[in-house]
Structure formats: structure tokens, C-alpha cells
Design a protein around this ligand. Structure first.
Ligand code: HEC
Length: 308
């Protein structure tokens, strides 16, 4: 026979349980992602499950340098959500509502050293977009999970050839405005599409690979050329293990071209197709003589270093 006490305790347990169920119900109805989910401990998976997972690598919190892990979309949705109507991103043919995760939130939570690390976004074709700490602070770049509320399979194709998928990830900004000029050249937005991997890397190491060399390293024109090359050339051209792999022409090749034939180098950089009809490299018609002079002076420091 059951005692009355047990009955009372059973009844209170039922009341308590129904209260919990009610609370869960309310929070699930109240918002698509319960607020309690944000700030959940980060889980980095050892294996990729779908092509839509984000690969993360480099300096990952609590892991050996150079580790590679994966974040599922569900993991990315546990970060505080950010949504902006973007009107001035050349990757979009029309104003687009971009929803996703701010790179600053990713840097803070995923990197082993958020104060000194940067983010390198790597695309499937070897293109690299580089996000220094100062850039992330100034421009609030966002890793897009949804465009106009749609997942990557429903995203439009690229805005240039209209043939290529722009997912699984792309990076946009709420409203990019150049923060500085070098020799009349505006800062350019870092807006990669086809992003498959984010690397968390020591900023000094990454840019150290392309710091000018030799006796002219600190000349003003060389330093100006360095800043332009960082944002305009490092996207596709590499220096050793750092920088983009898309061009398959490393810094040493550009250096020898700049040293051997500055005129041809300048002509190529401004209008590659005029020099090589099958060139894939985009032209830089906006580069004036002062800009080309600085870039050439900068790249030549590597050729001089190689000779010594
Ligand atoms: C979007 C990718 C991309 C960017 C950005 C880029 N390049 Fe290139 N570059 C290429 C590719 C690809 C090639 C290989 C030839 C071709 O298809 O044009 C190349 C080739 C070159 C060459 C000819 C090398 C040779 O073999 O003779 C030079 C010089 C050059 N790039 C300089 C630059 C400089 C300087 C910058 C920065 C102002 C730059 N590139 C930015 C993609 C790029």
C-alpha cells in the first residue's frame, strides 16, 4: 500500500515537471533559438560531416598549433546572431539581408590568442581574404549563414560570371566604408565568396612573411608599396606558406619581374589581358604612377635580398 506521503511527493514532482515542460515550451515558442543556447560551450568537431560544415584551423583554443576542426551550422547558430541589410557589396546584385556570425565573435571564442591573432578566410580556389584585428574592429565583417533568409543551396550565383556557387560561406559587411588611403588608393573591402575554411593565425607571422627586406625596407615608398601589396596582392599570391595560392606565382616571381622589367611589371599589374590574353588576374586600372612606383620599389626589395 502506498503511503499518503508518497502520493504528496508524486503530485509535487508532477507539478514541478509540468512547470519545467511549460518553461521549455515558452522559450521554444518565444524565439527560434532559445536565448540560453547562446554562449553555450564551444564544440569543435574532429571530422567533417557535410560540405556545409566550416573548417577552422591554426591557433584554436585549447588545441595544439595547426590543428584542424569543424563547426556545424548548428554550432554557428549558437553564436549571437547578427543581421544586416547590405546595400553596397559588389557580390550582391541587389540589397541583401545577410544573417550570420560576426568575425569578432568567432575570433574571441575560437582563437587561442584573440588579441594577437587575425582571421584568414580561405576559398576553394586558394584565394585568401585577410582580416586583421584592426580591420575587424573597423568594419564588423560577418560570416554569412543565410542570405535573404535562405540557405546556401538557394543563394544566387556569383555576380560576375553568374555560374559559380558563392557558398558554402561568404563574408560581407554591414556598410563597408574605406578607413584609410595609401597614395590615393582607398582601402578595399575583403569580400570573399566560396569560403571553406577560417584560419586563426598570429598576425605578426602572417604579415612578417611579406615584410620588405634589405637596406631600403623602411623607405617611405617601399612601406606604401607594402601596404598596397598586403591588401591587393596577398589575396592570390603567396610568400612561402603565407598568402593566397590562387595565382600559383609566389612573391619571389613577382619580385624578379619587378626588378628585371619594371615597365612590363607595371603594365601587367594594371591590365594583365593586354600583356597575356589568357590572363586570369584582374586588372588594377586605378593604380596611378606613384602607386606603381611604390609597388615596384617594394617588390624589388625581395629580389635584392635574394641576390645577397
Ligand atoms: C584575384 C587574384 C589575383 C590578385 C588579387 C593578384 N593577382 Fe597577380 N596573378 C594572378 C594570376 C592567376 C596570375 C597568373 C597569370 C594570370 O592568369 O594572369 C597572376 C600573375 C601575376 C604576374 C605575372 C607573373 C609572371 O608569371 O610573369 C604579376 C607580375 C602579378 N600577378 C602581380 C600582381 C600584383 C603586384 C598584385 C597586387 C597588386 C596581384 N598580382 C594581384 C592572380 C592575382
Amino acid at each position: 500500500m502506498r503511503s499518503r506521503w508518497l502520493d504528496v511527493r508524486l503530485i509535487s514532482l508532477c507539478v514541478l515537471l509540468s512547470g519545467v515542460v511549460w518553461l521549455i515550451g515558452i522559450s521554444a515558442i518565444g524565439s527560434p533559438t532559445p536565448a540560453a543556447q547562446y554562449g553555450r560551450p564551444l564544440v569543435l568537431h574532429e571530422t567533417r560531416e557535410t560540405p556545409l560544415d566550416l573548417e577552422v584551423a591554426g591557433d584554436l583554443i585549447g588545441l595544439a598549433p595547426g590543428s584542424v576542426r569543424y563547426l556545424k551550422r548548428a554550432d554557428l547558430r549558437t553564436f549571437p546572431p547578427a543581421t544586416f541589410l547590405v546595400r553596397n557589396d559588389p557580390n550582391f546584385m541587389a540589397p541583401t539581408r545577410v544573417s550570420g556570425v560576426e568575425l569578432m565573435a568567432l575570433l574571441r571564442k575560437v582563437s587561442g590568442h584573440p588579441q594577437t591573432d587575425m582571421i584568414v578566410a580561405v576559398c576553394s580556389d586558394g584565394y585568401h581574404a585577410n582580416y586583421r584585428h584592426s580591420y575587424i574592429e573597423a568594419h564588423l565583417p560577418l560570416l554569412a549563414l543565410l542570405l535573404d533568409n535562405k540557405p546556401p543551396k538557394d543563394w544566387p550565383k556569383d555576380s560576375e560570371t553568374h555560374q559559380q556557387d558563392i557558398g558554402p560561406f561568404l563574408i560581407s559587411h554591414p556598410d563597408f566604408q574605406p578607413a584609410y588611403k595609401v597614395l590615393g588608393q582607398d582601402e578595399i573591402p575583403q569580400i570573399p565568396w566560396g569560403v571553406v575554411r577560417l584560419e586563426f593565425r598570429d598576425e605578426a607571422t602572417v604579415y612578417g612573411a611579406i615584410a620588405p627586406k634589405g637596406p631600403h625596407a623602411s623607405d617611405a615608398d617601399v612601406q606604401d608599396g607594402f601596404r598596397i601589396a598586403q591588401q591587393d596582392c596577398f589575396l592570390c599570391h603567396n610568400s612561402g606558406p603565407e598568402g593566397g595560392q590562387k595565382a600559383q606565382r609566389p612573391w619571389t616571381v613577382l619580385a624578379s619581374r619587378a626588378a628585371a622589367s619594371p615597365d612590363h611589371f607595371a603594365a601587367y599589374v594594371r591590365d594583365p589581358r593586354a600583356e597575356n590574353p589568357s590572363a586570369q588576374m584582374p586588372g588594377n586600372p586605378r593604380f596611378d604612377d606613384a602607386t606603381m612606383h611604390a609597388l615596384t620599389a617594394y617588390f624589388r626589395t625581395f629580389a635584392e635580398a635574394a641576390k645577397r
